[in-house]
Design a protein around this ligand. Structure first.
Ligand SMILES: *[C@@H]1O[C@H](CO)[C@@H](O)[C@H](O)[C@H]1NC(C)=O
Ligand SMILES: *[C@@H]1O[C@H](CO)[C@@H](O)[C@H](O)[C@H]1NC(C)=O
Ligand SMILES: [Cu+2]
Length: 188
C-alpha cells in the first residue's frame, strides 16, 4: 500500500518535471539559419530572416562545414559594408554555432569568407522581448504623432495578454496543460 503511494508520488513528480520542461521548451525556440539548406553560399538569408519572429531566449544555429564559412555577429556598418576589419562583436567558427539571442535588439550576422557576405550570406533580425507586454515599445519610430491608442493593458495575466506573435506558444501551452491535467487525473 505505502509502496504504491510512493510510486504514485514519484510518477507525479516525473510528470511535473516533464511538464515544466515542455513549458520551457515552447517559450524558446531553436532556429537553424537557412532551415534545411543551412548556412551556405546559395541561400537567401534576407528571405529566411523575415520568415520568423524572434524573441529573447531563442537560439540561432549556424550549421556549415567548418572552415568553409563562419558566422560573425557584427554592427550595422560592417553588415552593410561587408568589411569585417572592424565592427565584429562575436566570431563563430565551429560549424555548429549556437547563438543565444539574449537581448531585445537588432542583430546583424555575416559570413566573413571572401565574397560570401556580398554574395548573400548576411542578414539582420530584430529580436523582441517575448512574454513582456511592453515589447511593443521597441517600434516607436514608424508613427511619430501621438496616437489615440490606449497605453494601458487590461488587468489580465501576461500569458493571455500576449501578442499575436505568441499565439502559437499560448496554444501549445494550453495543450501541455491539458495533457498534464489528464495525466494528473489518471493517477489521482
Ligand atoms: C510575426 O509578427 C507579425 C506582426 O505581429 C505577424 O503579422 C506575423 O504573422 C508573425 N509571423 C510569424 C511567422 O509568426
Ligand atoms: C575577415 O576577413 C578578412 C579577409 O579575409 C580579414 O582580413 C579580416 O581579418 C577578417 N575579420 C576578422 C574579424 O577576422
Ligand atoms: Cu560563407
Amino acid at each position: 500500500m505505502t509502496k504504491s503511494k510512493i510510486l504514485n508520488h514519484f510518477t507525479l513528480l516525473l510528470i511535473l518535471i516533464i511538464y515544466t520542461w515542455f513549458l520551457k521548451g515552447v517559450t524558446s525556440e531553436d532556429y537553424i539559419v537557412g532551415d534545411g539548406d543551412e548556412w551556405n553560399s546559395q541561400g537567401n538569408f534576407l528571405t529566411w530572416s523575415t520568415k520568423y519572429n524572434f524573441t529573447v531566449g531563442d537560439v540561432l544555429v549556424f550549421k556549415y562545414v567548418k572552415g568553409q564559412h563562419n558566422a560573425y555577429e557584427v554592427d550595422e556598418k560592417t553588415f552593410r559594408s561587408c568589411d569585417a576589419s572592424s565592427g565584429v562583436l562575436t566570431k563563430y567558427e565551429s560549424g555548429n554555432d549556437k547563438v543565444k539571442l539574449t537581448e531585445a535588439k537588432k542583430y546583424w550576422f555575416i559570413c566573413n569568407v571572401s565574397g560570401h557576405c556580398f554574395g548573400g550570406m548576411r542578414f539582420s533580425i530584430d529580436v523582441k522581448q517575448g512574454n513582456n507586454p511592453s515589447s511593443d515599445d521597441t517600434n516607436p519610430t514608424t508613427d511619430g504623432s501621438p496616437t489615440s491608442q490606449p497605453d494601458e493593458l487590461p488587468a489580465v495575466p501576461p500569458s493571455s495578454s500576449s501578442r499575436s506573435t505568441l499565439s502559437s506558444d499560448t496554444w501549445k501551452n494550453g495543450i501541455y496543460t491539458l495533457v498534464f491535467v489528464i495525466l494528473f487525473k489518471l493517477f489521482y
